[in-house]
Design a binder for this molecule. Sequence first.
Ligand code: FRU
Length: 496
Amino acid sequence: MEEKLARAREFEQKYGNKVPLSERAAYHVTAPVGWLNDPNGFSVYKGEYHLFFQYHPYSTKWGPMHWGHAKTEDFIRWEFLPVAMAPDQPFDIDGCFSGGAVEMPDGRQLICYTGVKPAQDEFVPPRHIQHQCVAVGDGVNYVKYEGNPVLSAKDLPEGCSIYDFRDPKVWIEGDEYRMVVSNRLSDGYGGLLLFKSSDGFHWSFVSILMESRGEIGRMWECPDFFCMDGEEVLMVSTMEMMPKDLEYHAGYGNVCMLGHLDSVTGRFLKKTMQPIDYGLDFYAMQTLESLDGRRIMIAWMQNWATVSASGHHVSSHLAGEMTVPRELMIRDGRLIQNPVRELKNYYGKCSAHRQVTLDSAKMSFRDISGRILDMTVTLHTDHEDPFQAFRIYVAEDRDNAVTIRYKPAKGTIRIDRSRCSYPFDIVNAREFNVKEKDNTLTLRILLDRHSVELFVNDGEQAASSMIYAPACADGISFEAEGRAVFDVEAHELKLN
Ligand code: FRU
């Protein structure tokens, strides 16, 4: 085994179990130790779900990228596997960047990833070449292909960049492998390139699948492309996005497009576009098709803006968590996402209160508190006599609270974590439009030790955010300006 990989495996063995359980999320994936960002190679292999991730075991900061590795049978309980890859070859010496994985017909697992190496020119700061590499393995150990890189400068059409060429997502279609990769095109904006291969090792260019032209951010990262509910779905993470009303915020974003791949031109024709997650912390999502045919998505529950602004983390041993895996579907031409149904297998005590009336007051329930919880609040609005605002406070104590506020007249939800032991004055809140259904708004709130994920109206919209408040901030309360009627149902989650 290469020395760097052996060292990383030894390191996570030695330090992984020294991380106190209280610093780990109860059901969200973290690194064994150190830093984690994008999910990689989220796929089925030999009947189990594998997840790799961008990983720097040695510190809580981004560094030379390894591929960490975990697997699960139910998306909730995960088992760590040894680090899968280290940046130890001339073609990936500066990092094994994001990519995908697929089970090959002969039973091996194929990993496609971006190898990063120095450009060896005179630019300051030094530039890096990005190209696509593959490795094959048995679900634990991987051998990088001696013919790497499998896609490099010579495979790119005119005007494509070799410095921004990354994040392959691979799948099998009929008897062909397909891969979509991000690139920066000659106008400086992001684009997606489609490639094909008959064996997973020899690849050729098919088409420019899509380009941003500046309408959807600048550079794109981490694309995913799949069919679901009769629609073709393209997802990208966007850099330098321009804000648009309350729908898109500036900076790092995430977009889902429904459309159609024109088989003659190889171009994706976009019909609709929507943000995937309206919260503060969500990026680089990837999906797989589960054994029972569901499309499941997982994402890095942070982004480069929220993480670089401070370098502040929930623990001194760990940085970065994944979102809860979410089941996707299309309803009325829109993406719907809900936590995987397997979460319900971990339900413990349930506390429910129906038709609670709050009149310009704040209240809590003796049987509803905690930081590891699945809680649904159903708000009923009386438009003859509407309340001005309704607030749900979670992770609350004297000094902390994450606030979820609904204002019916404005039709917006605001999620705000500015009072949450986070000592940096960066963007700490997001607001977005929501629509009631039959005078009702449903807010499902998933809490884990360091996060809150909100699902509005049975998955029509989602908003995710990290929480930095200490574990003892475990209060939950409700407040209305005006008269509000609501139901609440809270399920404790029985997880470590
Ligand atoms: C997205 C990203 C990818 C890259 C990886 C590096 O978050 O910037 O484009 O492959 O992270 O860790």
